[in-house]
Design a protein. Structure first.
Length: 116
């Protein structure tokens, strides 16, 4: 084990916990984004038909707009006998997406949370 050795975060961008529905274009694939960052995200789905191509487009519906993103598959996860997760790197994320991430990060930090 690495006792006494400091742990360094592997990711360059902080992951934000989330629960956001998404849709892949050109195929019938829906799922839930469980965490995301400025450059990537992890998606869970009960469907077996992930886009196993290297690149694909996905859409995140928001109240005022729909974010369309190009993603590159980094890793696919398998639980028991079926594929249920996919880690993606975003290719040239739009300004709108980066602003969305910024707002999400602001509202999910404990310093900015409302306390009742």
């Amino acid at each position: 084990m690495g006792y006494g050795v400091p742990h360094f975060e592997k990711r360059a961008f902080e992951r934000i916990p989330a629960r956001i529905d998404f849709h892949c274009f050109n195929i019938d694939c829906f799922g839930t984004i469980t965490n995301l960052s400025a450059k990537g995200m992890f998606i869970r789905s009960q469907q077996l038909n992930f886009p196993f191509a290297s690149y694909f487009e996905l859409s995140i519906p928001l109240q005022e707009e729909e974010l369309k993103l190009c993603a590159r598959v980094k890793r696919i996860t398998k639980t028991r006998c079926y594929y249920d997760g996919i880690a993606v790197e975003l290719v040239n994320p739009s300004r709108q997406y980066l602003e969305f991430i910024s707002r999400l990060r602001f509202y999910t930090t404990t310093d900015n949370a409302c306390h009742n």
